[in-house]
Design a protein around this ligand. Sequence first.
Ligand SMILES: NC(=O)c1ccc[n+]([C@@H]2O[C@H](COP(=O)([O-])OP(=O)(O)OC[C@H]3O[C@@H](n4cnc5c(N)ncnc54)[C@H](OP(=O)(O)O)[C@@H]3O)[C@@H](O)[C@H]2O)c1
Length: 367
Amino acid sequence: MPLDYNSIFNHCLDLAEEAYPFTLRNPMVGCSIYNKKNEWISEGVHKIYGQAHAEINALNSIKNNEELEGATIFVSLEPCAHQGLTPSCAQTLAQLPIGKLVYLTKDPNPLVSGRGEKILKKSGIKVEHYKNQILENKNYLLNHKFFKSVVSDGAYVHLKVALSKDRFINQDGATVQISSLEASQEMHKNRAGCEAVLIGVNTLLKDNPKLNVRHPGFSSQNKVVVLDPSLKSLEIINNSNLLKVREAKNTYIFYDKALKSKYSSILKKSDVRWISVSFSKDKAFDLHNLLRILKQNLDIHSVFVEGGYETHKKFIEAGLYERVDIIDSQTQLLKSGLKWDLKSKLKEATLTKRLKVGTDIFNSHFY
Ligand SMILES: NC(=O)c1ccc[n+]([C@@H]2O[C@H](COP(=O)([O-])OP(=O)(O)OC[C@H]3O[C@@H](n4cnc5c(N)ncnc54)[C@H](OP(=O)(O)O)[C@@H]3O)[C@@H](O)[C@H]2O)c1
């Protein structure tokens, strides 16, 4: 029976998705291996950031290398050519007696793209880049953060907002839960998929949120970034819920550099990471610069921007977002609060995904 590439790659991508959100800044990749008689013999996934890649996990469950004689390996991303946290997959595969490797998406990193393919071809292995737009799109959505991050100098922005049926993000004088339990669980999974949550100082002052990951199976020790130009958080930060659920060193508060000398002795007494940055001409943070600082100086490669309104507005006006999730409640009516009128200001998305989660609709926009 000839091999059905479409269904094999669909399966590879489904396998890969099981690793969400554990691969963090690495891609989610699936691999499937067939022997020379076209019989399935193994499969593997890249499960956790820093650990073995999909091809290696698939190879590890094959006991006898003779089974690989003339085998075909399917992998959803071009095998990596460089030694990172793990050895180069292309180099490992090049040592084996496999006949052919078929991959779905080229390595998006311009510095290494095509090099994995070259290594394999040089060792006599046939290589095919399988082209199918539907599967490419599926991989693009799955690995959007990775594909965008490798070509960006700043942290990836995943912006999220939960809206009541009447488009409010909060209610005057009350703390309300807008999303259904199921949508909340999905949101916590997405929180875990980013390296930090980002909020504006008003959300900290009004809601005193924890912003940790509350989902069975995922780590709750995430990082938090607060945009607080005038250091309003100083009065409450030590007793805040943010610090009840995480170490102070995992809390980053950005403030206006002009205040540095006045407050430096007070700030030194706290283990919170106080980051001073200069304001741009419009008396706000230069968000492009801030995202660069997050990635390049603080090793935070992605942020989950939760809001509130003013914070969203600044990111949206600057056009600095790669993914926007709008969670629409179908049931909750709030009647007062801050109205989220920013949808019309969003750029046109490259791809969108609509999902019913509990009683809510998740509208994801990918740029
Ligand atoms: N439904 C949801 O998904 C959701 C999510 C999060 C929050 N919320 C709600 O949103 C409400 C708060 O929203 P909000 O609009 O009042 O405030 P916010 O966005 O939480 O905080 C805004 C403040 O943060 C600082 N800030 C944010 N971006 C900045 C930038 N680029 N440059 C300089 N400073 C910046 C400014 O502080 P200064 O004022 O000191 O200049 C600004 O006034 C809360 O009630 C919360 O419940 C809803």
